[in-house]
Ligand binder design. Sequence first.
Ligand code: SAM
Length: 215
Amino acid sequence: MELAARKERMLSQHLMARGIVDPAVLRAMAEVPREAFLPPGMEYLAYEDGPLPIQDGQTISQPYIVAYMIEALKLQGGEKVLEIGTGSGYAAAVLSLCAGEVFTVERIPSLAHLAGQRLRELGYGNVTVHLGDGTLGWREHAPYDAIVVTAGAPDVPKELEEQLAPGGRLVIPVGPTQHLQDLVRVHRDRSGGLHQETLCAVRFVPLIGAQGWDD
Ligand code: SAM
């Protein structure tokens, strides 16, 4: 099957049939070439229904999970978004088409470098990649209208809650072990109060850092 046909199958069977409805998210998933974010030789797997290994023992998330998490942020377009866990840069590219500006933080230097270069070459000019411990957010650009964390944390990092703007949403996998989590959404209301809800069970690589798991 050609990549274009595989992408069509991803959109209809893996995303829409499972309840992804946000038109901006579906448009972005249709537009971003996931094959460009994979290690060489794996391009043909780009639109399969699962996560895939990338460099440094990390993963690029399943397309459905990427779409689900971005839809859960309830973006209208124009927002300032913080992503923790740049990985390949794929989710940052999808986010960049749904929001105004994307700041993304990765702790592994080679991944941050590769993702930054790739995003620049592909023309995602509203994404900025930062090397650092994302459990501490990125204070310089805070507050954020939305924050998405693409690695599993033992608890919601306090620092990320503090960097969430009034009216903003934070989506993060949280769980008692390093590989099994619930996806949690935290909403900061207009008067500053925080409200937490559980969305679904997920499985992510661990979030390692000062307010995450130990290395
Ligand atoms: N969003 C990525 C993509 O589209 O390819 C997938 C991310 S992968 C599931 C999780 C990433 O989180 C890994 O690249 C890992 O190195 C990174 N990570 C783990 N702990 C981190 C931390 N404290 N700060 C920043 N990145 C972290």
